[in-house]
Structure formats: structure tokens, C-alpha cells
Ligand binder design. Sequence first.
Ligand code: FAD
Length: 467
Amino acid sequence: MITDRQQLRTYECDGLAHYKVVPALVAFPHTAQECAAVVRACVDARVPFVARGSGTGLSGGALPHADGVLIVTSQMRTIREIAPQDERAVVEPGVINLQVTRAATPAGYYYAPDPSSQQICSIGGNVAENSGGAHCLKYGFTTNHVVGAQIVAPDGSLVRLGGRAPDAPGYDLLGAFVGSEGTLGVATEVTLRLTRLPESVRTLLAAFESTDQAGAATSAIIAAGVVPAAVEMMDALAIEAAEAAVSCGYPPGAGAVLIVELDGPAAEVDAQFDDVERLCRDSGAFEIRIAADDAERALFWKGRKSAFAAVGRISPDYIVQDGVIPRTALPEVLRRIGALSAEHGVRVANVFHAGDGNLHPLVLFDDAVEGQADRAETVSGAIIDLCIEYGGSITGEHGVGMDKAKYMPRMFTDDDLDTMQLVRCAFDPAGLANPGKIFPTPRLCGEVPGRHRGAHPLQEAGVAEVF
Ligand SMILES: Cc1cc2nc3c(=O)[nH]c(=O)nc-3n(C[C@H](O)[C@H](O)[C@H](O)COP(=O)(O)OP(=O)(O)OC[C@H]3O[C@@H](n4cnc5c(N)ncnc54)[C@H](O)[C@@H]3O)c2cc1C
């Protein structure tokens, strides 16, 4: 445990560093039983607790509670089992995403969900955020790769959800847990689905004059019935940042680049690869590079995977936004983001999973210049409104956490939110698991959603708000 005030400050934020709260205590359980004991102690003392994996979350999900215990899983990093015959891996929650693939590769398997943070983020964090990655277009998000979990429920009991075999009978409680952002308990063991390494992988980098052309190429590829393992786009500003940071050597003068990767049986990949190349040219690609070997493929990906951090080279501060739109709306939404950027005098770099319409606009600002942070916040919020307007979502993969709770009522009705609260209350009637996240205001479980619409005594006292 950490109790020293200075040391506690190490854990005051996650990857979204502008929210900071120093926790009252940090605990590092080594086992599920220790983790359960920590939660039970919290329950006995009616103290809130927040789970934390590697702290790379970008929505403030692992932001501590000032009067609460932060439960860090970094001492739970054992890969218990790699079972290629069952296509399963059993891991502790602190295990780093990429380590699962490293452990499974000698047997001819890998773990498909690949967030760009995969070298450092934990499986427990991935499960809680239902994380995605470049290759989730073809293979699905974390939820498609988690078949079972042991969790410490918010009352401190150890519970198993799902199992090793697919389709456990009864309600899909595992489905509810995945993506619940630490509000339904703490995962202490996760059973993952492993995927067979593909026979062939081929990657191309296509340069276009505009994001319109690159967006059109993306739609054309999918419309042709090809489902690439990944289709990633970067615009001119994102390319400039990546060049400054990692010298990835993308074609000069490109207004947008697409990275398209196909994998699967060699004959299928070869046939589809020709189609993809032709469709990119038809959509206006002025240069196409095909990775000759693993080293060149890694160079293509280096620019993309380093893009978030690379933006630090061209701007002292930036907001990483995360939203979803229907893929076909890409060109129009990107144009409107450009218009917002011009209107507010705030630069926006775009780097995103184009194949599934998951945008990551990076809104650049300088906190030292008065008013810039506010303008960046305005543009960032307006982009989320655009996503909703086009029938998309306020988050694709980074979660709601602390940061986006305020946007939930823009996307969901009161009844929707009440129903979600009923699920949360069923797991956590005392409201101790990661309180204050996901939902705009804390609702107490004593209040039955949808019934007590009148003022609550705590609301009247200004302590809580009923929505
Ligand atoms: C450079 C960079 C690139 C990124 N790229 C991607 C990307 O491509 N795709 C993507 O989806 N995300 C991405 N992210 C976001 C982040 O890495 C993911 O959300 C990741 O899953 C968080 O894992 P973590 O271990 O850091 O979790 P944390 O940040 O520690 O926690 C995240 C949430 O999970 C909860 N949690 C953690 N462990 C547990 C547990 N054992 N049981 C229950 N709840 C738990 C926390 O309470 C919190 O709500 C990126 C982040 C960075 C910094």
C-alpha cells in the first residue's frame, strides 16, 4: 500500500492528465483473494474504490476518488495459461496486452485486439474499456475476445462470469461487465480467445491529395466486399507530426494517407490486394507503396501508432477526441471539422480507424495563450455533437469515464440512462465501485430510476443532482 502523500501523487491521473485527484490510499493486491479483501474493507468502511491497470486511459476512467482507495493491478501480471488447443489464454488483469501475443506466438496464435497503447496497457483496462485497435475492423473489439472472467463484485465476493466454453447459459453478465469501466467490479482473471496467426499479411500505404479522396477509397474498399484487417487514415497535420517525431518517410505533399492491411489465406489476400490497390488508384491515390517485408510494414505502422504522442512535437497541448460516425459520412464530417477549426482558429489533426468510422481528432492548443484551451474545448465538444448528428457515438473506444459523462444526455434519453443505472445498481447497490464515472451525476441506489422524479433531500441540500 502507499499512504505517503508525495507517492500518492504518482497516481493522481490517468492518460487524461488535466483531471487530477490524489487518492486517499493506493493498494497493490497480488492475488484475487487480496483484491477481494481490499474491496471488503472498502465496503465495511463505506469507502469508494477505483480499479487501475496501467493508467493509459484517455477518458479519466481511472481517476481516483479523493476519499477512496485506488486498486492497482500492476502486481497481478502472470499469464496463467496459453492453451492453443482451445484457442484460449488465461491471464491476470495487470498483464500487458502485447505480452499475450508474445506468449502465444510460438504456438502460432496471437491476441487480436491491438490498441495503439498495446505495449503498456493492461488486459483489465482493455476489458473495462472494451478497447479497440487498428485490427478490430475485421476481428472485433475486446468484447469479442473475452470469454470468461473472475471478478471481485462490489460487495467483495469473488464471482465467475462466462467460462472457457462459448455461450454460457443465463444472462450475459460478462457482456455487461466488458466495457463497464470499473463500475461493476474489479476483474482479477480473464479468459481470452486467441486467434490463429494468418498465413499471409500484406500492407500498403496510399497517398492522396485530400481526406475526401482517402475517405472515398475506404468506402469503395468495403463496398467491394473486402474486409481488410485494418484501414487507418492520417491527414496532413497528423502526417507532419509523425514525420517530426519518428521520420516515417510518408510520401511528401500528401493531404492524407491510408494504411490498408489484409491478412488471411495467401491466395485470398493476393486476390483482394490487387482490388484494394486498384480502388485506391481509382479514388485518386497519387502514390502507392507496398511493404516489401516486415521491416517496411513496421515503418508504415510506426507513423500511425506514434501519432498521438507525435502531436506533442507540433503543439504544446492537445485534446485527444474519440467519436464514431458512419463510415460513409467520413468526407462530409471531416470537411465540417475543418470548418470548425477555421471558425475557432484552432488546429485539428485527424488520425483514425477509417474502416469503422472511429475518429480521433487531435485538437491542438497552447495552454499558455489565454483563451486557447477554452476554444479547443469548444471545438472538441462540437465534434462530438457532429458525431451524434450523423448517427454515430460519443466514444468509439476510449470510454466515457469522467470526461464524457457530460455528453451522455446528448446521446441517451432519461429513460435510457435510468435503465443503465438499474444495471449498475444491481451489481453495486452501495455505489462504491468507481463512483462519478460514466453518468453525468451520481444517483443513489436507494432512488429507483424513473420513479422518484421529485427533489431528493440531498438534491435540495445541493449535494447531489437527480436527472
Ligand atoms: C498513446 C495511447 C494510445 C491509445 N490507443 C488506443 C487504441 O488504439 N484503442 C483503445 O481502445 N484505446 C487506446 N488508448 C486508451 C487506453 O490505452 C485504453 O483505454 C486501455 O484499455 C486502458 O488500459 P489501462 O490498463 O491503462 O487502464 P486504466 O487507464 O488503468 O483504466 C481504464 C479503466 O479501466 C478500469 N479498470 C482497470 N483495470 C481494471 C480491472 N482489473 N477491473 C475492472 N476495471 C478496471 C479503470 O477503473 C478505468 O475505468 C490509448 C491510450 C494512449 C495513451
